[in-house]
Design a protein. Structure first.
Length: 311
């Protein structure tokens, strides 16, 4: 098994055909076919199902593809870190942002890295906390934002800020960011919520259980943009971090207000793997991410957020 075979596997999987993969790799088609065939012979299982529609991964192929991507990514990182360039911080760093924070943080983090460490190549992925945790555990990302999590045997977690969740309604819902609303008031409306076991769903469910409140959940979705779109269309209210809707509220697309009685709070934390060696580039990007978050809180751009002491 060699790098050329793994590269061919990834290219064919992404392109859906040997012909297109050969074009992307600037190789002749028989060479790509030979690489895939050799890999299948070595593994003793077919990696693709061939048909007129193209090349479709088998179950074994999907498993191998996941490992191949990881191997190629690590090799690319090693080249970037080892390539001689004295005095210059370099490497590849993959960051996992919470969906609710990506609009505020992604571009600012990119700009900061380009300014201070231009030889560092940044990769940004975005998802819910559960996704980010899975990516960290699998080694697919180098650092990520999570919430309501303490350090574990596999992760070093640093709590950065606490923020209240907000009730979110259509523009004519009458909510005002300066006038908090109760969870009871939210329960008097149809509600659009994330699907369990999403973290916000868990926080809200715990708060409802304490007060014996039952929400009228009319639809569930694990995509923030869909939640907001359904609310704008009048299908119900929802509950989200203020940071996820601040722009929509400012532009008049939604109305929102902090929750109280009870206040429902999440703690956003930075998580890195508990590894014996973290590349210097990863530490540098983590520091820049923390700086961008703290600056956003201090400038009042992160609604209802309170920066944790000693950070």
């Amino acid at each position: 098994m060699d790098v050329k075979q793994l590269t061919a596997l990834v290219a064919v999987a992404d392109a859906g055909s040997v012909t297109r993969a050969a074009e992307l790799l600037h190789l002749v088609q028989p060479a790509v076919t030979r690489q895939i065939h050799t890999l299948e012979q070595e593994l003793g299982v077919p990696l693709f199902e061939r048909s007129r529609a193209g090349m479709e991964l088998t179950e074994s192929g999907r498993l191998m593809l996941e490992r191949a991507r990881r191997v190629l990514s690590e090799l690319e990182r090693a080249r970037a870190e080892i390539r001689p360039n004295p005095g210059v911080l370099q490497g590849i760093v993959t960051v996992g942002l919470l969906s609710s924070t990506s609009e505020l943080l992604a571009e600012r983090l990119v700009a900061a890295v380009l300014q201070e460490h231009p030889a560092v190549r940044l990769r940004i992925v975005s998802g819910y906390a559960g996704h980010v945790r899975q990516w960290l555990d699998a080694g697919d990302i180098d650092l990520g934002l999570l919430y309501n999590l303490k350090s574990t045997s596999s992760l070093n977690v640093r709590a950065l800020l606490a923020e209240n969740l907000w009730a979110v309604a259509p523009p004519d819902g009458g909510l005002d960011t300066g006038r908090p609303v109760t969870l009871d008031e939210v329960a008097s409306h149809p509600v659009v919520m994330p699907s369990a076991p999403h973290g916000i769903r868990t926080l809200v469910a715990e708060a409802c259980a304490r007060l014996d409140i039952v929400l009228n959940i009319v639809v569930e979705t694990n995509e923030v943009s869909i939640q907001k779109r359904l609310v704008r269309a009048g299908h119900g209210w929802t509950i989200l971090p203020g940071i996820a809707v601040a722009g929509d509220v400012a532009s008049g697309l939604l109305s929102a207000a902090p929750l109280h009685s009870p206040a429902v709070e999440r703690t956003v934390a930075l998580a890195l793997p508990s590894a014996p060696r973290i590349p210097p580039a990863v530490h540098a990007v983590a520091d820049l991410l923390v700086r961008q978050m703290r600056d956003a809180v201090e400038r009042g751009e992160w609604p209802s957020a309170r920066w944790k002491p000693d950070n």
